[in-house]
Design a protein. Structure first.
Length: 333
């Protein structure tokens, strides 16, 4: 149901009304991103309607397939956890440490890793040059790989305000993506999560976030994030950063529950795990942890290649989210 036609409630409130605590929204964002990732993983590179074809009754499951176990999250969530643990253990943003964790993970033979991310992390260049060197060579680096892992950092820096959270997003994105388009998309996502954690409606905050986007990239982002934009309007595969975030906002705008938002994102097809992970991060911040189906959270798990035999479960992700949010608020104070 379209929001303008009376769908999702205003002010970021979950269906049925009622307030949510900030802690519940933070946990919803982190767990929601992981759940979307795991829901979409078996359908990656599938056609439009792939989820509906598998679950015609509309009740989607974290079913596994395509090399993924039921409930298993992919590189999207694995990298988000690495960012989170660096932020917590280092007491803030330590970019060399984040890059070192990424590099160890990449050397651990993950089941999936983006081609661009793999090239940057395994190329042997230092942390502050690797992405730029890759961009100079390939001249293309606007994939969604920095956006897919951004929910944990968005939770950590939300309390610092728009300017600070968008700056942090750009800096983390630039570790693996040399194209500023990826930085700006990740920065917009950070700011929309910030608004949702405060109890606001992220869709109403798009204009404000766009005002803080680099002028050279503002027009293109404004087009993709416009209220009337649809996935059919994309000019690139949704493995690119623009249609990935655009689809996440479309899914949030045209549905009225957490589950229906991430299901709509997967049903677009293409890069289903990442589009659903981004959607799940935003929708989780809007609807809260309790809106994520228990049948999903019961099987959700995040293995960490390079750090085996570590596997995080839903309770671990909730703990990470609460610590990230508390750390961000303490730093602001």
């Amino acid at each position: 149901m379209d929001r303008q036609g009376g769908g999702r409630p205003a002010a970021g409130l979950p269906a049925g009304g009622g307030g949510l605590s900030r802690a519940d929204r933070a946990a919803g964002a982190v767990v929601g991103s992981a759940a979307g990732d795991a829901l979409g993983a078996p359908f990656e590179f599938g056609p439009p309607g792939c989820l509906t074809a598998r679950f015609p009754d509309g009740v989607g499951e974290l079913c596994g397939g395509g090399g993924w176990d039921p409930g298993e999250a992919t590189d999207d969530t694995q990298m988000a956890v690495l960012v989170a643990e660096s932020l917590l253990e280092r007491g803030g943003l330590d970019l060399p440490d984040v890059f070192a964790r990424f590099r160890r993970w990449a050397a651990g033979d993950p089941k999936d890793i983006g081609l661009q991310t793999e090239a940057v992390l395994t190329g042997g260049d230092p942390w502050d040059l690797a992405a730029a060197v890759h961009f100079q060579t390939e001249a293309r680096a606007a994939g969604n790989g920095s956006l897919m892992r951004a929910t944990t950092s968005a939770v950590r820096f939300a309390a610092a305000g728009r300017e600070a959270t968008m700056d942090a997003a750009r800096r983390i994105a630039a570790l693996t993506h040399g194209d500023r388009a990826a930085w700006e998309g990740t920065a917009v996502f950070h700011d929309l999560v910030r608004v949702a954690l405060d109890g606001g409606d992220p869709l109403d905050a798009v204009t404000g976030a766009l005002g803080a986007v680099h002028p050279d990239h503002r027009a293109r982002w404004a087009a993709v994030l416009a209220p009337r934009w649809r996935p059919q309007d994309a000019t690139e595969f949704n493995g690119a950063v623009w249609p990935c975030l655009g689809t996440a906002l479309w899914a949030l705008r045209t549905t009225d529950t957490f589950e229906s938002a991430v299901a709509a994102a997967v049903d677009v097809g293409g890069d289903t795990d990442t589009v659903a992970a981004v959607t799940g991060g935003l929708a989780g911040a809007v609807y809260g942890l309790g809106a994520i189906p228990a049948r999903w959270t019961a099987v959700l798990h995040v293995p960490l290649p390079g750090y085996a035999p570590r596997v995080l479960r839903t309770s671990d992700l909730v703990d990470l989210a609460h610590r990230l949010d508390a750390g961000g608020r303490a730093h602001r104070a």
